[in-house]
Design a protein around this ligand. Structure first.
Ligand SMILES: Nc1nc2c(ncn2[C@@H]2O[C@H](COP(=O)(O)OP(=O)(O)OP(=O)(O)O)[C@@H](O)[C@H]2O)c(=O)[nH]1
Length: 328
């Protein structure tokens, strides 16, 4: 086996289970010698905070924005820096570097951007998470979801405990019949099959063309909600309900942290669509700022502000247009 590390591009639509799969993997002893690069479509680095709780794994963040758009030179720089730092430390080389890309990223531009790293001989493969319950609906609305599944050498089905897989399997068979499929209910075993899985033919993957070219993500808004100073705990809880009720099926993803006033430990808040998971205390993330990233389609900050009525929250956007693609 060559000593060059694998580069695994972990893609998959918003909320399809990328971070969870990585957590399952990092809990296993076989995960030693893995490095992570995390990219999120929002300035609150939720995935980074979750994965940091796993502890001990070398991790780099890509600054805010969508890695498929304008951050690809940062990616090359980051990979080089991780490899050089590891060499300087005298530790054994990484076996794999995993990029968890944002749930809106298209794999094609990311793969193409790796060209300057060709002399390093990284073995590249693309793994896509596919939410058994939601993939078919997401693919019907979002080119990004189709592009992610189409680019994958391996598709791993998630949330098998919540849903049958017939629709998602039919979708993958139609979009990418050659992909290796991982349909494994046991989560530790699922993670092993993904990260210890064999290499694929990089040439095939580098051939990937995006379904929608390099266009921006025109229907998707990434908004940031922060609480006014006088907001109470009840205001925070009400907000979650109001958000789901007002946005309905336009709501794609909510991630972030809230704090009960007067306490230090933040609670991780997550929703996929309008379905909120129970809040999870994150004692290891005391320094994170409070706030929620809301990713929705066909929704502006002004509309959301109006829809939330007098709630004591600020609704902002990330920079002027956080997901603006700059096709190179
Ligand atoms: N029941 C169940 N829930 C899961 C599974 N995988 C992920 N989830 C939940 O789905 C939600 C989203 O999971 P993440 O792992 O954060 O998804 P992601 O793809 O990293 O999300 P983004 O980074 O926003 O694109 C979380 O609330 C998870 O706990 C699974 O296999 N079963």
């Amino acid at each position: 086996m060559t000593s060059q590390p694998e580069f695994i591009l972990l893609t998959g639509f918003l909320g399809s289970g990328k971070t969870s799969l990585l957590r399952d993997w990092l809990a296993l002893p076989e995960a030693a010698d893995t490095a992570l690069i995390v990219n999120e479509a929002g300035e609150i680095n939720v995935d980074g905070a979750i994965l940091a709780e796993a502890g001990g794994v070398p991790m780099a963040m890509l600054a805010n924005g969508c890695v498929c758009c304008s951050l690809t030179s940062d990616l090359v720089f980051t990979i080089r820096a991780l490899l050089e730092e590891r060499e300087r430390s005298g530790q054994p080389p990484f076996r794999r570097i995993v990029l968890e890309s944002s749930g809106l990223s298209r794999p094609g531009p990311i793969l193409r951007s790796l060209a300057p790293l060709a002399p390093l001989g990284l073995r590249v493969r693309v793994v896509a998470t596919c939410d058994a319950a939601q993939a078919a609906e997401r693919a019907a609305h979002f080119d990004e979801a189709v592009a992610q599944l189409a680019a994958a050498g391996m598709v791993v089905f998630t949330k098998l405990d919540l849903s049958g897989t017939a629709d998602a399997e039919a979708l993958v068979a139609a979009i990418n019949p050659l992909a290796t499929r991982v349909l494994e209910a046991d989560r530790a075993e699922r993670a092993r099959r993904v990260f210890l899985g064999g290499a694929e033919d990089p040439a095939a993957m580098l051939d990937v063309e995006d379904a929608a070219g390099n266009a921006a993500h025109p229907r998707v808004a990434v908004l940031r909600l922060s609480f006014a100073e006088n907001a109470t705990w009840e205001d925070r809880l009400d907000l979650m309900e109001d958000l789901a009720a007002f946005c309905g099926e336009r709501l794609l993803r909510v991630k972030g942290f809230i704090r009960r006033p007067g306490t230090e430990v933040p609670l991780l808040i997550q929703a996929v669509g309008t379905l909120f998971s129970p809040p999870v205390p994150m004692p290891g993330a005391k320094a994170v700022p409070e706030g929620l990233v809301v990713i929705a389609r066909d929704l502006s900050a002004a509309e959301l502000r109006a829809g939330l009525g007098g709630a004591p929250v600020h609704v902002g956007t990330f920079r002027d247009n956080p997901l603006a693609c700059t096709p190179g």
